[in-house]
Design a protein around this ligand. Sequence first.
Ligand code: ARG
Length: 581
Amino acid sequence: MIKREIEMIIYNIVLQKWGDLKEMNLEVENPKQKDNGDYSSNAAMVLSKRLSKNPREIAEEIVAEVSKDAEYMKIFSKVEIAGPGFVNFYISDEKLFENVLEVLDKKEKFGKEKVGEGKTVIVDYSSINIAKPMHVGHLRSTIIGQALYNIYESLGYKVIGDNHIGDWGTQFGKMIYAYKNWGNKKIIARDPIEEMTKLYVRFHKEAEENKILEDLAREETKKLQNGDDENTKIWKFLVRESLKDAGKTYKMLNVKFDYTLGESFYNDNLKGIVEEAMEKNIAQKSEGAVIVNLDKFRLPPFLIQKSDGAYLYTTTDLAAAKYRKEKFKADKILYVVSNEQALHFEQLIKTVELLGYCDDVEMKHIKFGMVLGEAGKKFSTRKGDTVRLEELISRAVEIAKRVVEEKNPSLSQKEKKKIARTVGVGAVKYNDLSQNRMTDIAFNWEKMLSFDGNSAPYLQYTYARINSLREKYKKENKLDFLIPFKRPNMELLKEEAERDVLRQLIKYSEAIENAASENSPHLVALYVYNLASGYNVFYNSLPILKADKDLGRARIALSDAVGIVIKNGLEILGIDVLERM
Ligand code: ARG
């Protein structure tokens, strides 16, 4: 990665000239304006304070060191001083051209890095609740989580995806009560989630009028937790049916987990956790319940056992954190869960710290905003007002199908179907991943499925167009760009539009690393979008197949490389491409 190369170069020069200056934050950035180079370093300004020396003088010395080194100067065409003492770097043509050939050579392996080797990341995502429909709120966790999984994996980390399903707790008492009183096994088996939701909704409705129901449900929960046969059977049935149902959606979204360790998995560890916390004097009794006082962190107390003895979501998460460190040797745990649980995770992370369960583990709550309905209101589940994920995706596929019919009526039905599916699912995912995860997102069907603008279909279409270009070229020419004496003459790519694409192309792995360090898949989406729009400027303004032979060859090579990188980037986001559409 070129940015890191520059960081190393500066670091080495500083070390050699001024010695080891500890804890110095030397940053290399991408300047906003093109005439400030491709990369810019603030090293001289930072050093100036340390060395009590004029920053421009220091910058001059850095520039002199870089310029006299022939190896370094293979990377840069120009290194210069700007402003108060910035050092601006311009990538050399040699490097830009080499990069294109590297893309063509490595193909789907291009951009894979090793920075994460030897480190393990746990991604806790999707984490649906059993016996409840998987709603659009879980969509974000599932999609963002899988993208983060792919991002870390492509950087060489060992990644473990864990679906921390909500398969335990008080809602099961309610479900079991409802099932026993109003349920019908046959009807439930036909459409489990639909029926379970009805039962759940009915329970809440009736409980509003008849308070005793809550107590009866608590009884059922207790029985379940004590291993009662009948309740365990009902519970297992609910878990099985729910996971079967969710599995359909996961398949449609092409989402996979390495583990599905639900809350119930930690059941036997909870007692020990609370006891340990009490012994260590980290937790105290308070009105019969057990809490962890977090005053010194300015957080409300963390309730880990209720006065009736029941353990909670919180206790389970403590057990899970401990398990992940012990069993998986986690270096990082990412909890991909909505903003609404921000307080829970702040409390959890502090409590884990006090207990010493995850020393040297970076625990992070990967927050995200809500999914808003068309009217700008939150989608809700409680009152039965649910929008099912499955329906949502089917709708996207349906709209995509209409668009395809319109654009390309001559395709076979089978092909149209495949395209509609890939476009529809891609659109739903991209709509989510292209936006900063912290913001609330709305479902704007039109924008999501538009063929121009920042959407999956636009990117998929760009890819398909590159592919058809390649196929046309291939009819008369060979795509043997990698054979040494047949290499395309890239020096012919002198136009600004071509240069922009070349410069964008070299920043791929940087985008992936940035996305990892901020846990923000939208940086990958943004990268792919910028690459595609830069490419389309080139495509629309310059002849490719009709260009002179050698120039055309270089342009095809560039196009081919762009196609590969678009595909790789979309794959990280979990979005498929199509060879034609
Ligand atoms: N099942 C929970 C919910 O839907 C999310 C669980 C998130 N993961 C965790 N380790 N707490 O609200």
